[in-house]
Design a protein around this ligand. Structure first.
Ligand SMILES: [Zn+2]
Length: 329
């Protein structure tokens, strides 16, 4: 993904480099109020508030953090997963196997993308139920980096999306909107992040949905990216739809985890942008302060030991709570 603009002082110093910035990029300050532990966040509201719907309720969907982490571990265990690699093909087979178990219908959107490094076969997976909320993640890892396993960037949100399927589709018919889970390919730039060298799968799928009318059915497009960081600090994104971002924050507040959300604001280039351009309400749940000065991002340091099941749990439950709030709107 890529940052745009200079909207936050603490992030501004990182902005001279784009999404493919090197780890030696100029230092930025840790965000004010940054947390040091996702398991003992400060300043969180108690779980019960005056609102009756605030705390966990019987029947409310909540993810199984240990299982989400186990999926992430298995995905990362495959090794590097850039487009065109053996690891990528193995992950496709892994997704296919899992999605069979938790989706009424799985659409494979295979296409060939023209990239600066030549044509690549890519494939989005869309796990469908009759429904109009989308939850999405990219599953590829960045191409040019050696020994990059993408535990957080690619792995964590893919693992979470698999676990969300267990919750969303284990109880028969869901109340309210159903959910499509979309596993997007080719998020990462092949050479350098530009409008045409990035988010290949999203651009392909958003164009297809515009052409076939699906766009009009989508109530909300919720993207997760890099949400496994043990020090979870999800940005408020100015490329997302403001009312949907507000709803995400309300969901986080309902669950008492709002201290992990929106301490910083910036504009993120990521898989949600093509869907926003196509007219869908979108929200990107992304933590783009992965280690001090984002040092772990796009480096071989993006490994499982930096992740926390608690972070997967927070992000996953906020997605589920956001869906519940959308159902009520
Ligand atoms: Zn990345």
């Amino acid at each position: 993904m890529k940052l745009h603009g200079t909207l936050s002082l603490s992030l501004a110093l990182a902005l001279c480099c784009n999404a493919c910035a090197q780890p030696s990029s100029p230092k930025k300050q840790a965000p004010i109020g940054a947390k040091t532990s996702a398991t003992a966040p400060q300043g969180e509201a108690p779980k019960s508030t005056s609102s009756k719907s605030a705390g966990p309720r019987s029947g409310a969907l909540r993810i199984n953090a240990a299982r989400a982490m186990q999926y992430t571990r298995e995905i990362v265990g495959i090794g590097p997963r850039p487009i065109g690699s053996r690891g990528h093909a193995r992950l496709e087979a892994y997704l296919r196997l899992h999605l069979k178990q938790t989706a009424a219908n799985v659409v494979e959107d295979a296409f060939t993308a023209q990239t600066p490094a030549g044509p690549f076969a890519m494939r989005n997976f869309i796990a469908q139920y009759p429904g109009t909320i989308v939850m999405a993640s990219h599953y590829d890892t960045v191409l040019p980096l050696k020994n990059f396993v993408g535990a957080n960037d690619g792995g964590s949100s893919t693992g979470l999306l698999l676990e969300l399927g267990n919750q969303l589709h284990s109880q028969g018919k869901l109340p309210g909107y159903s959910v499509w889970r979309v596993f997007l390919d080719g998020e990462e730039a092949v050479k350098e992040w530009t409008d045409t060298d990035s988010v290949y799968g999203s651009r392909h799928l958003a164009a297809q949905w515009s052409a076939d009318g699906t766009t009009k059915k989508i109530r909300a497009f919720l993207l997760a990216d890099m949400i496994g960081d043990a020090d979870l600090d999800i940005l408020r994104d100015e490329n997302s739809t403001p009312w949907l971002e507000d709803l995400v924050l309300q969901a986080a507040s309902n669950l008492g985890v709002q201290s992990h959300f929106f301490a910083n604001t910036t504009a993120i280039g990521d898989d949600h942008v093509p869907f926003a351009k196509a007219g869908m309400p979108v929200a990107d749940l992304i933590d783009f302060t992965y280690g001090y000065n984002n040092v772990f991002w796009h480096t071989p340091e993006d490994t499982l030991d930096k992740l926390s099941p608690r972070s997967l749990e927070i992000a996953g439950n906020v997605l589920l709570e956001t869906k519940r709030l959308l159902d009520q709107k």
